[in-house]
Design a binder for this molecule. Structure first.
Ligand code: ADP
Ligand code: MG
Length: 224
C-alpha cells in the first residue's frame, strides 16, 4: 500500500525581493512499512521537504498525499489533527521539556492530543521499556545523557501510534557509540510497530539500512 505520494513539489522562500528555490521538482512514492533515507548537503532542502510532508509548511506548488489525504489541501485545524495522529517526529535536538520527567515527556503527545490517562501511561511505560529506559522514568532532562535523551525522543515519537515517523538527523548530535545504539533501537521499533519512516541523515552507513535511499541535489531527489 502506498502511504505517501509527493507530486511535483516546488518550494521557494522569499525574503524581501530575494527568492530562493530550495525544492525544484520533487516526486516520491513511499510504500507503507518501508524506511526511506534522504541525504544531501547541508542546506540542500532535506528539512524543508520533511516539514512539507509533516504539514508544518506549505509548498509553493505541487501536491502531497498521506494515506490518500491531501495534506496540501488541509485547513490549519485539520493540519493540527493530522500531525498529532499521523506523524511522529524525532529531531537532531531532542526538544524534550525540562520541567517534566522521562515518562511525562514520552506521554507529552498524548497530553497535547487530550488523551492522557491510564492507557497512555501504560503505553508510555512500554515504550520506555522498548528504548531500555524503564529505570530512568522518573529522571529529569539534566540527569540524562545525550543518547538517553534521544532514546526518549524515539519513544515519544511512537506515543500516539502515528503512521509515519519523520526523523531529521536523529543521531546528528551523538558520538559513534550512542549513534549506533539509538539507530539500532529506532530501526528495531519501526519494524516492531510496523511504521513507515522517512529518515534524513549525513551518515552513509545509516543510509544503507533503509529500504530506499535518495539524495537531494539541486532541488531534485535522485535515487541512490
Ligand atoms: N523559512 C525559511 N526562509 C528562508 N529560507 C529558508 C527557510 N527555511 C529554510 N530556508 C533555506 O532553505 C535552504 C534549505 O534549508 P534546509 O531544508 O533546512 O536544508 P537542510 O535540512 O538540507 O540542511 C537553505 O538555504 C535555508 O537557508
Ligand atoms: Mg536540516
Amino acid at each position: 500500500m502506498e502511504i505517501l505520494k509527493i507530486d511535483s513539489i516546488k518550494k521557494e522562500f522569499r525574503t524581501g525581493p530575494e527568492k530562493i528555490v530550495v525544492l525544484k521538482n520533487i516526486d516520491l512514492l513511499v510504500e507503507a512499512g518501508t524506511t526511506t533515507v534522504i541525504t544531501g548537503e547541508s542546506g540542500s532542502g532535506k528539512s524543508t521537504l520533511l516539514n512539507l510532508i509533516a504539514g508544518m509548511d506549505t509548498p509553493t506548488s505541487g501536491k502531497i498525499l498521506v494515506r490518500d489525504i491531501e495534506v496540501t489541501g488541509l485547513s490549519e485545524e485539520e493540519l493540527t489533527q493530522f500531525r498529532r495522529k499521523t506523524i511522529g517526529f524525532i529531531f537532531q535536538f531532542h526538544f524534550l521539556l525540562k520541567g517534566f520527567n522521562a515518562l511525562e515527556n514520552v506521554m507529552m503527545p498524548a497530553f497535547i492530543a487530550g488523551v492522557p490517562g491510564k492507557k497512555a501511561k501504560e503505553r508510555a511505560l512500554r515504550l520506555l521499556d522498548d528504548v531500555n529506559l524503564s529505570h530512568r522514568k522518573n529522571h529529569y532532562l539534566v540527569q540524562l545523557s545525550g543518547g538517553e535523551r534521544q532514546r526518549i525522543a524515539v519513544a515519544r515519537s511512537l506515543m500516539n501510534d502515528p503512521h509515519i515517523i519523520i526523523a531529521d538527523e536523529p543521531t546528528g548530535n551523538l558520538d559513534e557509540k550512542n549513534s549506533k545504539n539509538v539507530e539500532d533501537i529506532l530501526f528495531k521499533l519501526v519494524e516492531q510497530y510496523n511504521k513507515t519512516m522517512l529518515l534524513v541523515t549525513h551518515d552513509r552507513g545509516l543510509a544503507r539500512r533503509g529500504t530506499g535511499h535518495f539524495e537531494i541535489e539541486h532541488g531534485v531527489l535522485n535515487p541512490q
